[in-house]
Ligand binder design. Structure first.
Ligand code: NI
Length: 277
């Protein structure tokens, strides 16, 4: 991997980005690291935990496991199953991958960056729904100003066929555009850009198992459906600098309008809760 000589300041050099990769990330608002940043034992370890936590639907009662793309009916298989904060249920997820994601985060955001295992998204074999174009910040509380990144790690190869990530080059510089619940159905948690014709420079990022893509809080992104016979497993780390109050006024009415089954299960108010995508 290019740039291994330019190591992170920490002792774990496995995730070190080169100066060119760091510059590219800041210019484009995304970066693909196509080769694995963790060893194969770590990928196998995470896959076993991952399959177990989706098998038991960890977090279902708390509203942290739900179908991102459908109406989240208990009797229907999820097209795009998500578990938020999976480490609360499976703390053993922490390990080499988290350490290396944190090393990357500190290279990109500085030493104040805080990294966590944020969520897991499973696209089931054959039926995995596409993740429509959106900006993550559209899910969050509009009263805060964010500087954050998501580090997306597939636990098998991520290809055009099974739903690799796509990014709109330079879109991290955009405002948060108008969003709506997927398909305009307020029972669906997932969001999509109301006007996806703004996407003109989309770049697909197929990567190896244990590779990563990295994007900013406003970078527009998409993932295709899973047309293969294998589940597409992705684990997503989030790293952020402390939030600040947003200067000015803005509203994200698409979050206030939601009427999801998930919110009915949850004990906390999920609308506009920070980084609840
Ligand atoms: Ni997203």
């Amino acid at each position: 991997m290019e740039g291994r000589a330019l190591m992170a300041t920490g002792s774990d050099s496995g995730a070190a980005l080169s100066a060119r990769q760091i510059a590219e990330f800041h210019i484009r608002g995304y970066l693909a690291v196509p080769d694995a940043i963790v060893d194969t034992a770590e990928i196998a370890r995470l896959r076993a935990i991952y399959d177990e936590m989706f098998a038991v639907r960890a977090g279902r009662e708390d509203g942290n496991q739900f179908d991102l793309a459908g109406i989240d009916d208990d009797n229907r298989p999820a097209g795009l199953s998500q578990i938020l904060h999976p480490h609360r249920y499976f703390p053993e997820l922490a390990g080499q991958a988290l350490e290396r994601a944190d090393a990357i985060a500190k290279q990109l955001l500085g030493p104040a960056a805080r990294t966590e295992i944020f969520h897991a998204i499973l696209k089931p074999a054959g039926v995995g729904a596409p993740t429509p174009w959106h900006q993550d910040e559209a899910y969050w509380d509009p009263r805060s100003q964010y500087y954050s990144i998501s580090i997306w790690m597939p636990l098998q190869v991520a290809t055009l066929e099974n739903g690799c990530m796509w990014f709109e080059d330079g879109s991290h510089e955009w405002d948060v555009l108008e969003h709506q619940s997927i398909g305009g159905d307020v029972r669906v948690h997932g969001l999509e850009l109301v006007n996806p014709t703004v996407i003109r420079n989309a770049v697909a990022c197929p990567i190896a198992a244990g590779g990563v893509t990295i994007h900013r809080n406003r970078t527009a992104h998409y993932a295709g459906p899973n047309r293969t016979n294998e589940p597409r497993r992705a684990l997503i780390f989030s790293a952020a600098l402390p939030d600040r109050p947003f200067v000015g006024k803005r509203q994200f009415p698409w979050n206030e309008n939601k009427q999801t089954a998930r919110a009915g299960r949850a004990s906390e108010d999920l609308a506009g809760s920070p980084r609840a995508n």
